[in-house]
Write a protein that binds this ligand. Sequence first.
Ligand SMILES: NC(=O)c1ccc[n+]([C@@H]2O[C@H](COP(=O)([O-])OP(=O)(O)OC[C@H]3O[C@@H](n4cnc5c(N)ncnc54)[C@H](OP(=O)(O)O)[C@@H]3O)[C@@H](O)[C@H]2O)c1
Length: 405
Amino acid sequence: MTAFRVGLLGHGTVGAAFHELLEQRAPEVEATTGQRPEIAGVLTRSRGDFDEILDGSDLVVELIGGLEPAREYVLRALRAGRHVVTANKALLAQRGEEVFGAAREAGAQLRFEAAVGGVVPAIRVIGETLAAAHVDRVHGIVNGTTNYILTEMTRTGVSYGDALSQAQALGYAEADPTDDVTGRDAAAKMAILARLAFGASVSLEDVSYEGVEHLTESDIAYAEELGLSLKLIGTAERVGDGLSVRVHPAFLFGAHPLASVNGSFNAVTIESPAITEITLSGPGAGGPQTASAVLGDVVSAMIPPPTLPPPPVELPLVSDVESAFYLHLEVADRPGVLAQVAEILGLQGVSIKSVVQKGLGDDARLEMVVHRVLESKFLAAVGLIGRLEFLRARPRVIRVIEETF
Ligand SMILES: NC(=O)c1ccc[n+]([C@@H]2O[C@H](COP(=O)([O-])OP(=O)(O)OC[C@H]3O[C@@H](n4cnc5c(N)ncnc54)[C@H](OP(=O)(O)O)[C@@H]3O)[C@@H](O)[C@H]2O)c1
């Protein structure tokens, strides 16, 4: 077994979650890459020595955040030929060219999926999947705190101040939420996305930004009246021969892919003539979520990079699964019909979530949605219902996916 030694700088929310995840997933990573990752050393303010960690590492993960000393450590690791994985948007948005240059000169990899959108793989898709595509525009909801605030203002009608307090109580917003609510955090992330999507040197100072602090309940109410969603949107787009990168609140029509991205979720929409658009969405922050993107980067940087799935494991295939169902029945319109149907469903352990009955002359239509139940039980009940003498047509069944995010 060859070990792949990972030096870990920072052991806070993301660093500690990454440490735990790496130890949990090491056997799967070894099966894919042939190398078993292990933590070679940890640096915080009170433990570890950077030079020792660097000497003993094949790759350095930087999860300290901020400009210094993260910048110095990243540059030193790259110049020593180590691959670096970081989640540091401040560093990349403000000193990106310096660190990209150091990686280029040293021939080392610099991976930073977690710096934008948490676990949403926007960096990988723009930088690798769409590396040869001509991108016209990137729109993003790239700050989970402000998206949570706007979602709560819309959902419950609370004021901006109350929604911010809720976000802080739930740990979505920092004690000092200035960078989030002013749009500065989103601006840093849009600078990074623009750098990748358009190849132009864009840093935080090039991005104009406006936040959500001045938005009121009435702005949200107008949006609802007009069927619009109010979101903090980052945009990077080609304008004539140039580029515009900006962050501001914007109304979206309901059919826009970002309109239904709610709560602390992030999403990025990439527009290109060849592909129309691709939207990626998911949790934008959180220790375990961000750690998962960091570990993905570590695995990608391992040599040889995994291009094939690991040898298959034995997993039995399950054919009888649980689902919610929609059931459509055409029946004679007479008393007791619904009760008989409900009794048969009940005997099979199927519970009705909602039911609608509509008259059709002498007949009636029963439409119902039932709670999650094993498919075999539900279909057994439908078989029995299908034999009832008051049925006018074969029962129709469609599966219902109930999850919402
Ligand atoms: N939290 C999220 O959900 C999230 C999401 C996406 C990206 N990120 C990014 O991930 C990075 C880490 O964020 P985090 O939330 O994990 O931060 P955090 O909880 O504040 O942890 C920071 C860690 O860095 C260490 N540190 C700070 N200054 C140091 C120094 N001078 N020398 C050595 N170590 C030092 C701290 O040490 P002590 O333990 O001694 O204080 C702590 O272990 C940041 O770049 C952030 O932007 C975070």
